[in-house]
Design a binder for this molecule. Structure first.
Ligand SMILES: [Zn+2]
Length: 263
């Protein structure tokens, strides 16, 4: 539901493929201002041996030695000891991103995350103990969430994540396109979120969160409903500005009929 399903494989990843891909990716990076952080998102769980062969973990860690922070995604119940070995082989800090998505009970059930909120709490405690930072994905208006309450549920989910000691939360507007979402939409279970809701989420989060960084996912913002070609560029720029500064940017004025709030 966050679009990553498009890139999953039907079979296990072959040994050697991922180091080769990372090596290639690092080669094509501009050398003038190399990034200091790297995200290795594999559309699956990094510490699932079918997705990332255990044999490849040392060479992946070695390829990331120039980075100050290495971010991978993983399921809260996959707390293998090889997390520690991978962490120890890195020069920088390890950060694990987890898809909490929502604590709205109906949506959480529908998403079939195969963990309980207590597992998320446990994973955070364990990873904190292992000196591993945590990042979380939170969905705006997943199936099952009442659109009039969806911003509130994002904020409740963020508060829960913050209480668990998460360092950074990324808010993702729920996207369609995989067929299942369209079916849920026809069944009245899913209403695509609008851009004003995403704007409200980040404004409220920046006001309410005390210790956790909060950003909104700007991938394909032009596909989020409630924007048009006259407003989407400036509104996206403002969201990016808030992502980077972690302060609320002044509201914008623009001339178009796109909704600015609940109708
Ligand atoms: Zn517009």
């Amino acid at each position: 539901m966050c679009d990553l399903w498009r890139y999953t494989l039907d079979e296990s990843t072959r040994v050697g493929d991922l180091p080769a891909q990372i090596r290639h990716g690092l080669c094509v990076q501009p050398s003038a201002s190399p990034p200091s952080w790297i995200k290795l998102y594999n559309a699956s769980n990094f510490f699932d041996p079918k997705a990332v062969p255990v044999e490849d973990l040392p060479s992946i860690a070695d390829l990331c030695r120039s980075f100050q922070r290495v971010i991978v995604e993983n399921h809260p119940k996959l707390l293998h000891r090889n997390i520690l070995e991978f962490r120890d082989r890195l020069a920088g800090r390890l950060e694990i991103a987890m898809g909490l998505e929502t604590i709205e009970p109906v949506s959480f059930q529908l998403l079939r995350k195969e963990f309980e909120w207590s597992d998320f709490e446990h994973a955070n405690a364990k990873l904190a103990d292992w000196d591993v930072d945590r990042r979380v994905f939170v969905m705006l208006q997943p199936p099952g969430t009442n659109p009039s309450e969806s911003v509130d549920w994002v904020l409740k989910t963020l508060r829960f994540a913050e209480q668990c000691g998460v360092r950074h939360a990324s808010i993702i507007p729920t996207r369609g396109g995989n067929g299942m979402m369209e079916q849920l939409q026809r069944d009245g279970m899913y209403v695509p979120p609008q851009l004003w809701q995403l704007e409200l989420c980040i404004e409220e989060s920046l006001t309410q969160m005390k210790s956790m960084l909060v950003t909104v996912d700007l991938w394909d913002t032009q596909r989020v409903l409630g924007s048009c070609e006259r407003c989407v560029a400036v509104r996206t720029k403002r969201l990016l500005e808030m992502n980077l500064t972690q302060t609320i940017s002044p509201p914008l004025r623009w001339e178009c009929p796109c909704p600015r709030g609940p109708s």
